[in-house]
Design a protein around this ligand. Structure first.
Ligand code: ZN
Length: 397
């Protein structure tokens, strides 16, 4: 009896009964060492926090004003530009999955009989978003935007193809000029002609060999020489993407792409012949938001602090006399009807003409050149209305 009492007081593990059954015993030990519900709950929370942090880092990176040195995307390699492959037209199927491809597409031939090639950068796979810059050869802000976008894209996360042509008008770019080598405006010649002038043939092949392969088009521009722009978007609001509702002018790349059923927008990013870091940064957020909305990158769109202003129409105010022009309001500011917007003085300093805002609106762009002849552009006014105008002409020439 005494012995039995002592035995019951001893702590005999319950599993002692199975002591001989090693297999079951092993299982029980494993069960005891497995993470508890509490532990796995915290592990899950930690992963969520890490994912949020990465997303936040990405957003902050996009918001950062770029430095002058553009970081090199990791998988671009060290092949010299001259040694990259040259193709007759864009074939999105040749892109390897999960890597950035760089190559040339031949568009036309120059006076030496040599090829005029445009540089193309692309990543795989799904719907194709095409981004073109410098179709006007001196409108450069789109170039660093494209470079930055390709350092940001994680190839393994991308669902879709991003194709960028950082310099669409190569002859114009080489001469630091807006037009083609003959001076004509490629953005008024689209879709070009197979048998036409040098610029028409270039436009034709640019459409056929590259743009026609896109599902969406983002065409990046800036103001023209002697003028300054805010950051704004031209779009046909029936395919809703903001800001200036504007049926594309005849011959524009956007108009020609829409004719092919490719939803397209034009983005005007600041001023010509320079890199403007803030504008590039904000436009980059816009471009990556488009990729987010198309579910091509696994991020939430980075919404702006303020809703963009949607203008039903916009137009340029032209000067009626020559002289020295001063435009008063800054771009991106509002003016009220009757407010003074510009003065023209004679070369002797007499006030020749005062311009007033013809109606309430927002300043989209303005002249940056004080030398003003009759018919010079003064100011680009955007007007907000509840109904979108059927036809608008904002005179982007
Ligand atoms: Zn342009």
């Amino acid at each position: 009896m005494k012995f039995a009492k002592q035995l019951s007081l001893r702590s005999i593990p319950k599993w002692a009964d199975d002591y001989i059954n090693y297999k079951e015993l092993k299982g029980k030990i494993k069960e005891q060492s497995a993470p508890t519900k509490v532990e796995s709950f915290y592990a899950e929370k930690e992963n969520e926090a890490k994912a949020k942090l990465t997303e936040l880092q990405n957003r902050l990176w996009r918001k950062k004003i770029p430095s002058n040195v553009i970081p090199q995307p990791e998988n671009i390699g060290n092949v010299h530009d001259c040694e990259l492959s040259v193709y007759d037209s864009l074939d999105v199927n040749i892109f390897p999955w999960g890597a950035i491809s760089r190559f040339w597409v031949t568009i036309s031939e120059d006076g030496m009989g040599g090829p005029i090639k445009v540089p193309v950068i692309g990543v795989k796979q799904g719907p194709t978003v095409g981004i073109t810059a410098a179709l006007h050869g001196n409108e450069l802000n789109g170039i660093p935007l494209i470079h930055r976008l390709f350092t940001e894209i994680k190839c393994s996360d991308l669902h879709g193809i991003v194709v960028a042509v950082p310099i669409a008008n190569v002859p114009g770019y080489l001469c630091s000029q807006r037009g083609f080598s003959d001076g004509s405006d490629l953005n008024r010649l689209m879709p070009g002609k197979k048998n036409g002038t040098a610029a028409q043939v270039y436009a034709y092949h640019f459409m056929k060999r590259i743009v026609s392969k896109f599902n969406y088009l983002i065409d990046l521009h800036t103001a023209s020489k002697g003028r300054m722009n805010s950051l704004y978007v031209r779009a046909d609001m029936l395919d809703p993407l903001i800001i200036v509702h504007n049926k594309s002018p005849d011959g524009s790349l956007r108009g020609a792409a829409i004719q092919l059923g490719i939803p397209s927008i034009t983005v005007e990013i600041g001023d010509p012949s320079k890199f403007q870091k803030r504008f590039v940064k904000n436009a980059l957020i816009g471009v990556s938001n488009i990729l987010c909305n198309l579910k091509m990158i696994p991020q939430e769109p980075d919404l702006p602090d303020f809703d963009p202003v949607v203008c039903a129409r916009s137009y340029w105010i032209f000067s009626e006399c020559g002289g020295i022009l001063s435009v008063i309001p800054d771009v991106n500011t509002w003016v009220k009807r009757g407010e003074v917007i510009a003065f023209i003085h004679s070369v002797f300093g007499n006030l020749e003409k005062t311009y007033y805002a013809p109606e309430d609106g927002i300043i989209i762009g303005k002249s940056a050149d004080p030398v003003c002849s009759t018919g010079s552009r003064v100011l680009h006014l955007g007007v907000v209305e509840s109904e979108y105008a059927r036809k608008t002409d904002d005179g982007h020439l």
